[in-house]
Design a protein around this ligand. Structure first.
Ligand code: PMT
Length: 406
């Protein structure tokens, strides 16, 4: 059922296993999908364009500059597809995609593709074991591209070893699951904050923190992959296919969060918001004086999260009178350098959010400005789910799965 009416884009590269993809195209068609095929020029040494055209009942795309509509093909195909499957994927194509090389239509589409990509490699076993190929696969995996390991068996080149395209059943199931995943948050609006707020002192200096915005970005990307309408309110510059609102200070962030709150289903506060700002921001650069010390008076910033939770509880009261039905799930983050769980428990009670994701920011390998994180998700009912150290995109996905099922 997941596959019905879905747009599946299949990229075929130049390997002997290319002929197997014909069966897969038929299976997807039988399940009611609309299938389009991009065949690299090398793949056409193994199968014909006519076969692919007949099976997919669609035009087959090969050349990059064979443009038929106003949008270049690599953009219109990327926009059209719900998912991209590259099977078989040669060592050459895997490595090019890992390095962002876009020298044919298939690699250009992959480069422009912001949704789910699954690749099914197939090659000689020595090529598979090559360190460069393995490290390129890791690069892809880190960026959220899933690969289906080849199987061990007799290979067309005469060797026996690992390199044979995995079973078509496995590929079909992976596409089915990914499409299912793509619609897990369909119809939901998710508002996410990211980055450290910037509290200006004067035109030259400011107070901020080490947040890179990566955790919030990973959450936003995962929610988008799950089909949600995403609004990312951030202090950083990101090029993403969903709405972003660039803010600077805690006050600006609060204004934007409040504007987006009304029809949100989830609000996730991953930003590191400054608790204080300078009382009087100087319009001119503060001059150095002969004094050895200088005093900056700080005032408290609003607690965006706590105020949202209060706003939600007032909505809940109103909703009893049928004035409003939508009550967003509110998720806070908790950055601690000591007694993580103890402090997190106190924080969730104080702020009143539905979930609190606690991370230890005293560690260099997780938390601030790192590629990975390790968190504990606390919920209002006292439940605690611990997530082991993993890349932030994996952590993000697990957090969303946790809050989306309840
Ligand atoms: O951006 P990265 O480099 O990837 O790093 C990720 C992260 C470490 C910043 C992130 O995982 C994280 O922990 N974010 C929350 C940081 C923080 O401000 O924690 P806190 O314990 O001080 O605040 C608790 C919660 O209240 C947070 O959801 C925060 O957004 C919110 N808050 C805090 C202060 C304030 N004035 N208003 C708020 O809404």
């Amino acid at each position: 059922m997941t596959i019905q009416n879905k747009h599946i884009l299949i990229g075929i590269t130049g390997g002997i296993a290319a002929y197997k993809i014909c069966t897969l195209i038929r299976d997807f068609k039988k399940a009611g999908a609309d299938v389009r095929v991009i065949a690299t020029p090398n793949s056409l040494n193994f199968i014909t364009k006519l076969t692919l055209q007949n099976l997919s009942q669609n035009e087959v795309f090969v050349e990059e500059f064979d443009i038929k509509n106003w949008k270049p093909e690599h953009i219109s195909l990327a926009d059209w597809a719900d998912i991209m499957l590259i099977a078989p994927a040669t060592a050459n194509t895997i490595s090019k995609i890992a390095y962002g090389i876009a020298d044919n239509l298939l690699t250009s589409v992959a480069c422009a593709f912001s949704k789910k990509i699954i690749i099914a490699p197939a090659m000689n076993c020595n090529m598979w074991n090559n360190e460069a190929v393995q490290s390129n696969l890791k690069i892809l995996q880190k960026r959220g591209i899933e690969y289906l390991s080849p199987e061990i068996g007799f290979l067309a080149c005469g060797y026996t070893g690992k390199g044979r395209l995995c079973s078509l059943k496995k590929i079909y199931q992976a596409v089915d699951e990914a499409l299912n995943y793509c619609s897990k948050m369909k119809g939901k609006k998710v508002v996410i904050t990211s980055g450290g707020t910037i509290e200006e002192i004067d035109p030259v200096r400011y107070i901020s923190n080490y947040s890179s915005g990566k955790m919030g970005l990973a959450l936003a990307k995962s929610a988008y992959d799950m089909g949600a309408e995403v609004v990312l309110i951030t202090t950083k510059d990101f090029c993403v296919p969903f709405k972003t609102i660039k803010v600077k200070s805690a006050i600006e962030m609060q204004e934007s969060v409040n504007d987006e709150f009304d029809n949100a289903d989830y609000v996730i506060m991953a930003a590191a918001v400054a608790d204080y700002r300078v009382k009087e921001h100087s319009e001119q650069k503060i001059k150095k004086t002969d004094n050895d010390t200088i005093t900056l008076e700080l005032v408290k910033n609003p607690d965006i999260l706590a105020e949202l939770c209060e706003r939600k509880s007032s909505l809940q009261i109103k909703s009893c009178c049928c004035e409003r039905g939508k009550k967003p799930i509110i998720v806070g983050f908790c950055a601690e350098s000591e007694n993580l769980l103890e402090n997190a428990k106190a924080k969730i009670a104080k702020k009143g959010c539905d979930y609190l994701v606690a991370n230890d920011i005293s560690r260099k390998d997780i938390g601030f400005n790192s590629e990975e994180n390790e968190v504990a998700i606390l919920s209002q009912n006292g439940e605690i789910i611990k997530l082991e150290k993993a890349p932030k995109n994996i952590i993000a996905r697990k957090i969303l799965e946790c809050i989306n099922t309840k």
